[in-house]
Design a protein around this ligand. Structure first.
Ligand code: PMT
Length: 218
């Protein structure tokens, strides 16, 4: 028996990587598969929430009962959240958006020469920071993908992005992070509570995250 404890709540989940084009045949991306975000979207739907999943390119199938909005770039992810943020109760950012994009997108394929190819990059918006700092009564949850000074960097991101809590994962751990079926996480909240969890499936971690959101409502 599942309790529909999130009934009446509108939840935006982001998942997957973003991609930034370089020319008509090449792009920049990262290792995110979308599994973490899709697991959260599925579990939130089971708990009765109205779920909008804003997803970068992935091979995953749309979870039943979830509205999926597909995007490519970080700016597109920002725009799709912006359209819906005022009407939502929760934003969970499990996606891995690219922080940088090529300064110039070439209209034609870049031809190879003999020497080096140099490209410059400009910053993309920090989506989570923007919405964390512009929230009204929404619960805003972030992730931190770290390889070193894991908890310290997680704490900094939580404060800087004005989050309700952050799910910190060490992506250099063989059981955690990109593409894996499992994750190993520490959740740090704005009250300063830090709780570390053992290795578990992304679905189990999704339930823990959603239960913590429920606590924030009550
Ligand atoms: O997709 P999987 O293969 O299942 O892998 C899961 C995961 C490793 C992608 C996931 O568990 C995870 O850690 N997601 C966050 C990845 C990330 O971008 O981390 P970050 O520490 O660089 O960013 C911190 C937070 O800011 C994240 O919530 C991120 O969504 C957000 N962000 C980052 C950059 C940016 N320009 N805008 C953002 O909103």
């Amino acid at each position: 028996l599942t309790n529909k404890e999130l009934k009446g709540k509108k939840v935006i989940v982001t998942a997957g990587p973003t991609i930034e084009p370089i020319d008509p045949v090449r792009y920049l991306t990262n290792h995110s598969s979308g599994k973490m975000g899709y697991a959260i979207a599925e579990e939130a739907e089971k708990m009765g929430a109205e779920v909008i999943l804003i997803s970068g390119p992935t091979h995953l199938k749309a979870p039943d009962g979830v509205e999926v909005v597909r995007i490519n770039t970080t700016q597109q992810m920002f725009n799709e959240i912006e359209k819906r943020f005022n009407g939502c109760d929760v934003l969970i950012k499990a996606a891995a958006p690219l922080d940088y994009k090529p300064e110039e997108v070439y209209n034609n394929k870049i031809k190879k020469g003999n020497g080096k190819l140099e490209l410059s990059f400009t910053r993309n918006p920090d989506i989570l920071k923007y919405f964390g700092n512009n929230k009204k009564d929404q619960i805003v949850v972030g992730f931190a993908a770290e390889t070193d000074n894991v908890l310290e960097n997680g704490r900094k991101k939580m404060k800087n992005k004005n989050l309700d809590f952050i799910v910190v994962n060490d992506v250099s751990n063989k059981d955690a992070g990109f593409k894996k079926e499992t994750n190993v996480a520490t959740i740090i909240d704005k009250e300063g509570t830090e709780k570390s969890y053992p290795k578990m499936s992304k679905r189990e971690l999704a339930k823990i995250i959603l239960d913590k959101i429920l606590d924030n409502f009550s």
